[in-house]
Design a protein around this ligand. Structure first.
Ligand code: GLU
Length: 222
């Protein structure tokens, strides 16, 4: 099973995301990626097939990536071969939404048809379909769009989501797939595995299924 992580706070996000992903490496994976948002650069996505070290070298341990909120992923492919394009995060066509996904979207074929996505998907993953459906549902209200997405998806998922026009918030939901969250002086953090939270706090809570979680600096809202 893969690893997902989200962070928002007052520290540079990319090194924290890479550290969290490294702590979850023991679970196994075939590719890795991060998306970080900054005021000046918007959503920046970096991803690569292979070891986390390849990604880390690409962005100099995160030092090169501006921004204090972001999401990260180590992938264990279920739909589509392990390659750079299929690696997460997946981004909506207009680039305003980025998400990472842990799990399997069983009805991704049906959703592809329903939302007329044939021919415009760039990856072979079920996860990109979720990014594109969310984009189609999004009219500026993240909670409404995520709730509709939840109603449409059949399968298992942990999602961490960034909206380019929602600075200061990372959104997450889960069904079956695990997610735990915590907040400290460093910021709010969420991950699919407790090991990623260890450097920040020994207090955490298990995200309830089907509840939308919004992380802001110092707070986790359910
Ligand atoms: N089903 C997704 C994919 O193949 C996510 C796999 C995972 O949990 O890493 O990209």
């Amino acid at each position: 099973m893969c690893g997902i992580i989200g962070y928002v706070g007052h520290q540079q996000a990319a090194p924290i995301l890479l550290d969290g992903l490294a702590r979850m490496e023991y679970r196994g994976y075939d590719s890795a990626g991060v998306a970080v948002r900054s005021e000046t650069k918007g959503l920046q996505v970096y991803k690569s097939k292979g070891r986390l070290q390849v990604l880390s070298d690409m962005i100099h341990g995160g030092a090169d990536v501006e921004g204090t909120l972001g999401i990260g992923h180590t992938r264990w492919a279920t739909h589509g071969e392990p390659n750079d394009v299929n690696a997460h995060p997946h981004v909506s066509e207009d680039g305003r939404i980025a998400l990472v996904h842990n799990g399997i979207i069983e009805n991704y074929h049906e959703l592809t048809e329903q939302f007329h996505l044939e021919g415009s998907l760039i990856s072979q993953t079920d996860s990109e379909v979720a990014a594109r459906v969310l984009d189609a549902l999004y009219d500026g209200d993240p909670l409404k769009a995520i709730q509709k997405l939840q109603e449409l998806i059949v399968g298992s998922y942990g999602f961490c989501i960034l909206f380019d026009d929602q600075p200061g918030s990372v959104y997450a939901i889960r069904r079956v797939s695990p997610l735990v969250a915590s907040y400290t002086h460093a910021g709010a953090i969420i991950a699919s595995d407790l090991t990623a939270l260890i450097p920040y706090s020994n207090q955490y809570f298990v995200v309830p299924e089907d509840k939308i979680v919004r992380l802001t600096p110092y707070k986790v809202h359910v």
